[in-house]
Write a protein that binds this ligand. Structure first.
Ligand code: GLV
Ligand code: MG
Length: 349
């Protein structure tokens, strides 16, 4: 086993020291753009004003004959476009693809200082993170980068879900994990062609009424993703990394998207991907705590400033544990209010 004393030492000569904490920033929405598409590239400055994070996608959805255009387009955007403080991430191609090695070499060499996070798709186990960790350290050392590039894994294979705790603990670079329902469904041989969301056939049905066995029996649709998302949230938070919901594919179904995002928010995810500008608005709304919840949480914190003792507020028992829940809510509200004047007003900060 690696010595804990070595965990925060650089993995290559000249590489910057690993971070001891993952920075907490507004992360409600990671907006994906295709850097090979000049129309989309032209919209990047405007998108940077709207999204919390902008991600240049090199992997799936970029056809094989556009892979180099996408990589070079991202280099150009990273060099030339002012993101007004919005973090720039990338999703590189998978480790077994013919493109990953050059994605990493070229991006770190050309725009390494601007890239905050490298998202690695189809991560199967800690061995994948160890490989990326060392490679990034070598490239950072070569290009004399001052800050380590953080790593974000997509949870989208059965192997990945099986090893998610070890993946999150594999490196101090582990910034977070996103849930990838499309590849995960394929990897598990789930029988759905949807990208996220529920499925009307995944349900439980009430027993027949003994007095009227032919009467219609109510059903309740179930959430096929609950187990994996909850496991990802635990694995991330146990290791100081951040969990995200990934893509929702039915762009026209804004309500379904909102519900999927909200389920993830309630379970502990900090944000989600947007594949279309309309989903930026949905994610920002859902992953910002509701003002009435924040108002209640503020009342609890005011009534119990040091978090000790017990109080009844609006008929609800408050103690050390609920004080901590309220802290989570108010801390997130403060973080977002610092960036968004409308939210600051809604929260009364
Ligand atoms: C995302 O990459 C997914 O496969 O859902
Ligand atoms: Mg995928």
């Amino acid at each position: 086993m690696r010595s804990p004393r070595d965990f925060f030492k650089p993995l290559a000569l000249g590489a910057p020291s690993p971070v001891t904490e993952i920075p907490i920033k507004p992360s409600r929405v990671i907006h994906f753009f295709d850097p090979s598409n000049p129309k989309m590239a032209a919209k990047v400055p405007d998108m940077a004003k709207q999204a919390d994070i902008l991600l240049g996608n090199l992997e799936d959805a970029i056809p094989a004959d556009k892979k180099i255009d996408a990589r070079e387009g991202l280099v150009r955007i990273g060099r030339e476009v002012d993101f007004a403080g919005t973090p720039l991430w990338t999703r590189v191609n998978s480790l077994d693809s013919p493109w990953f090695l050059d994605d990493a070499i070229r991006l770190v060499g050309e725009i390494g200082a601007r890239l905050e996070v490298m998202m690695i798709p189809k991560v199967e186990g800690p061995w994948d993170i160890h490989y990326v960790d060392r490679l990034l350290a070598q490239l950072e050392g070569r290009h004399k980068l001052q800050k380590p590039i953080l790593v974000h894994a997509i949870l989208e294979t059965a192997q990945g879900v099986t090893h998610v705790e070890e993946i999150c603990a594999a490196s101090p670079r582990m910034q977070g994990v996103s849930f990838g329902p499309a590849d995960l469904a394929a990897s598990r041989r789930m029988k759905t062609t949807r990208v996220g969301g529920g499925h009307p056939a995944y349900l439980v049905r009430n027993d027949p009424d003994p007095k009227n066995p032919q009467a219609p029996r109510p059903t309740a649709q179930q959430d096929p993703w609950h187990y994996s998302i909850a496991r990802m949230v635990d694995a991330c938070t146990a290791n100081g990394a951040l969990p995200f919901y990934g893509p929702f594919g039915d762009i026209a179904d804004s309500l379904g998207c909102e519900d999927q995002f909200r389920a993830a928010f309630l379970l502990g995810c900090v944000g989600a991907w947007s594949l279309h500008p309309s989903q930026i608005t949905i994610a920002k709304k859902v992953f910002s705590p509701p003002p009435e919840e924040v108002a209640f949480a503020k009342r609890v914190l005011e009534a119990m400033p040091d978090g000790r003792g017990v109080q009844m507020i609006d008929g609800k028992m408050q103690d050390d544990a609920t004080w901590k829940q309220c802290k989570v809510m108010v801390n997130l509200a403060k973080l977002l209010a610092a960036k968004d004047a409308d939210l600051a007003q809604a929260y009364g900060f």
